[in-house]
Design a protein. Structure first.
Length: 237
């Protein structure tokens, strides 16, 4: 009796080159970034701002709670300009498509612009170390394989700031679409994977991270995937 070969896991089909070809043809505007649903941007940013406030990372009067932030997969900087620069003194961005970040170059508050994929990004040493109070990742992690995502999150965890007591102060936020089909789903259009909540939790665990807060984004059209936010810190602190 012959056995059917096991199907390849969805993330094994991801191609960075195919993904970048897709995004290279997308308009460098909010509609392009949001797949033709620009109206959700305000709702999205409001939900993200509320989530950060619950983590103590909002803005009190003129005081910004975050010294330095990083946005992974920043695109045109929709989140950097619409949220992160309001709560952070400086924001570094990682985005492989150079034309997307043109509007961010030289903007007050924008620091380093890394034209790299997240799988290639490494924190640069600055006086021995680079630290972030916040690392924001939204609608971009589906372009990484499970292994790449785990490695990237470990690098993010190692780059988080610490308080005077030596404990990790910085936070990683992941905000991504959720598969509700009982399995991770590969999309050949942009060569990405939409993961289940359980897959994310497994990867976080394997990356040595713990969830300190999580909630669903509310207010999106019913035809869109559910979107969940996770706040993460290294597990051993």
């Amino acid at each position: 009796m012959s056995l059917e070969p096991e199907a390849a896991p969805p993330d094994s089909k991801i191609s960075a080159d195919d993904g970048r070809r897709y995004w290279s043809a997308v308009d460098a505007d909010v509609s392009g970034m949001l797949g033709g649903f620009p109206a959700v941007s305000r709702i999205d940013l409001r939900g993200s701002r509320s989530f950060l406030a619950k983590l103590g990372l909002g803005r009190t009067k003129a005081v910004k709670a975050v010294n330095r932030a990083l946005e992974g997969g920043a695109g045109i900087g929709r989140v950097t300009q619409g949220l992160l620069l309001d709560v952070a003194e400086a924001v570094d961005v990682v985005e492989p498509i150079a034309r997307f970040t043109a509007a961010l170059e030289g903007r007050p508050g924008v620091g380093r612009v890394y034209h790299l994929g997240l799988e290639e990004w490494r924190p640069e040493p600055e006086e021995g170390t680079v630290v972030y109070d916040l690392v924001w990742n939204q609608w971009c992690l589906g372009h990484l394989t499970d292994q790449q995502l785990g490695a990237y999150l470990r690098r993010c965890g190692a780059a988080l700031s610490r308080g005077e007591d030596g404990k990790v102060k910085g936070v990683i936020v992941v905000k991504e679409n959720m598969s509700t089909s009982g399995e991770d789903l590969f999309d050949e259009t942009d060569s990405s994977v939409t993961r289940q909540d359980s897959t994310f939790r497994r990867i976080f665990e394997e990356a040595g991270l713990r969830i300190i807060k999580t909630e669903l984004q509310h207010g999106f059209p019913a035809e869109l995937y559910p979107v969940r936010m996770y706040a993460l810190k290294p597990r051993d602190v």
